[in-house]
Write a protein that binds this ligand. Structure first.
Ligand SMILES: C[S@@+](CC[C@H](N)C(=O)[O-])C[C@H]1O[C@@H](n2cnc3c(N)ncnc32)[C@H](O)[C@@H]1O
Ligand code: SF4
Length: 474
């Protein structure tokens, strides 16, 4: 039986022991599943939800006076990384930016009319694609335009995703001057063969210099993205990448599992046959996890590590951690307004996604001001399950009484089937069940998506789809 650890005491020896798993174990747990950046997940949303529905939700949010989180999507990249599963538009010719920015500003302006000025913007995130595909003056112009339409809190968290290969010192100076305080850098892996195979050659020195510049300029937090499971990666080569990362001392590390979805991203077929799988892939993850723990990072859960004093770690200890489309966040209770092609909003008890192709998004914004393509209103049952799944993914424990009080249910009765399903997780050392709580072991924290999936009744139907909708959990 696996021993249960507290989050403040990540007991390395125990992690090392629990993380020795067999092929048979992996074949039981390594199966397609969502990452639960929303519940219900996007395939459940429907296209009968349109702009009028979203505007009703905007009005509800104004009445609730909840704080605001803004997301800006810049879809462009200069070249295609062959592993990439993001919504990107590859365009070397930068003449695409000005027309995109013109439409985006119209959308920002329209959305801002629906957000009353007494609601503070506590978080502003630019993602992509690669937002630093834009020139510094373009970034400055879009930032000032947006700032003028909303009321930003003085201590707002303002972050951006940057690709070091296309980000200059001038970019960083502009971002810092504007008030950006968080940077997230794509790295993935430093091994030359891996980099060549994924078409992303990114020298270590270039990355180190950019991180140094970010520190000199006073960015509060620097995150780096890594991926395990890339072609030609081995535990040994990845250990070297991890050591190089540790020299850069990032505040946060995202260690993503490579999502292999060739039915959606055909270019991923180019390295089929060279991908580490099963135990090999797990060993790469295990190597990264143990090295980061040894170096003093805390494992937040679902791919994320942070230094002990970092807000993510503190907020996990205080049980105020929350999950949204950008992953873990400390801004629980904020309504998220997504702008730009494919952007997602999570407002009150609804989700909405923008049009996913450029002409459709542009036409919709020109005619209607916003470009909702699909969305979803949560039912009472959805909200209850969302709370359970979120607690599992953020806190690694569910206190039944909290859920019972919030949703006026008898937990054991309502979730009798799910609790029966969790018995085998307990037998496999992933979960500890008792009368009051459901708690994860170290191994359970790694396979937390599998436990969350038990509480998701939509999955059964989704699993019947002709092509898988999700990547595997490992
Ligand atoms: C929008 S990109 C980051 C910013 C910038 N475009 C860059 O690449 O540096 C977001 C991150 O998603 C992750 N990612 C993309 N495709 C992935 C895949 N197939 N599996 C796992 N992670 C992936 C990468 O770690 C990447 O850094
Ligand atoms: S990983 Fe980043 S730079 Fe590479 S294609 Fe994806 S979004 Fe663009």
């Amino acid at each position: 039986m696996a021993q249960i650890v507290t989050l403040s005491n990540p007991n390395l020896r125990q992690a090392r022991e629990e993380l020795r798993v067999s092929e048979a174990f992996l074949s039981r747990y390594n199966r397609p599943g969502p990452r639960y950046t929303s519940y219900p997940t996007a395939p459940v949303w429907n296209d009968s939800f349109g702009p009028n529905d979203l505007e009703k939700v905007h009005a509800e949010a104004n009445a609730a006076k909840s704080p605001v989180s803004l997301y800006m999507h810049i879809p462009f990249c200069e070249s295609l990384c062959l592993f990439c599963a993001c919504n990107v538009i590859i365009q070397k010719n930068k003449s695409v930016s000005p027309p995109y920015l013109d439409i985006l500003k119209r959308e920002v302006e329209h959305v801002s009319r629906n957000v009353s000025k007494d609601r503070p913007v506590v978080q502003f995130h630019w993602g992509g694609g690669t937002p630093t595909y834009l020139t510094p003056p373009q970034i400055e112009d879009l930032f000032h335009f947006t700032q003028a339409q909303f009321h930003f809190a003085p201590d707002a968290e303002i972050g951006i995703e940057v690709d070091p290969r296309v980000t200059s010192r001038e970019h960083l100076e502009t971002l810092r001057k504007l008030g950006f305080n968080r940077l997230s850098m794509g790295i993935q892996d430093f091994n030359p063969l891996v980099q060549k195979t994924i078409n992303r050659v990114q020298p270590y020195a270039l990355t180190r210099e950019l991180i140094q510049s970010a520190r000199d300029l006073g960015f509060q937090s620097v995150n780096v993205d890594l991926i395990y499971g890339l072609p030609y990666q081995t535990a040994e080569t990845f250990a070297y990448t991890v050591d190089q990362i540790l020299e850069l001392t990032p505040d946060r590390i995202a260690l993503f599992s490579y999502a292999h979805v060739p039915w959606l991203k055909k270019q991923q077929n180019s390295f089929e046959g060279h991908l580490p799988e099963g135990i090999q892939k797990f060993d790469i993850f295990r190597t990264g996890l143990l090295r980061f723990l040894e170096a003093g990072y805390l494992y937040i859960g679902m791919d994320h590590f942070a230094k002990p004093g970092d807000e993510l770690a503190v907020s996990q200890q205080n049980r105020t951690l929350h999950r949204n489309f950008q992953g873990y966040t400390t801004k629980a209770g904020a309504d998220l307004y997504g702008m730009g092609i494919t952007a997602i909003s999570g407002i009150q008890n609804a989700y909405a996604q923008n049009q996913r192709d450029l002409p459709a998004w542009q036409t919709a914004v020109e005619h209607r001001g916003i470009a909702t393509m699909r969305g979803y209103h949560l039912s009472e049952d959805d909200r209850l399950r969302r709370a359970v799944i979120s607690r599992l993914l953020c806190h690694m424990v569910i206190f039944k009484e909290e859920i019972e009080q919030e949703f006026k249910i008898d937990f054991d009765q309502y979730f009798a089937g799910e609790l029966r399903g969790l018995q085998s997780f307990q037998d496999d050392g992933l979960i500890l069940l008792d009368a009051n709580e459901i708690r994860t072991s170290w191994l359970g924290r790694i396979f937390i998506r599998n436990a969350a999936m038990l509480f998701d009744p939509y999955l059964e139907k989704q699993q019947l789809a002709s092509k898988p909708l999700f990547s595997k959990t490992l």
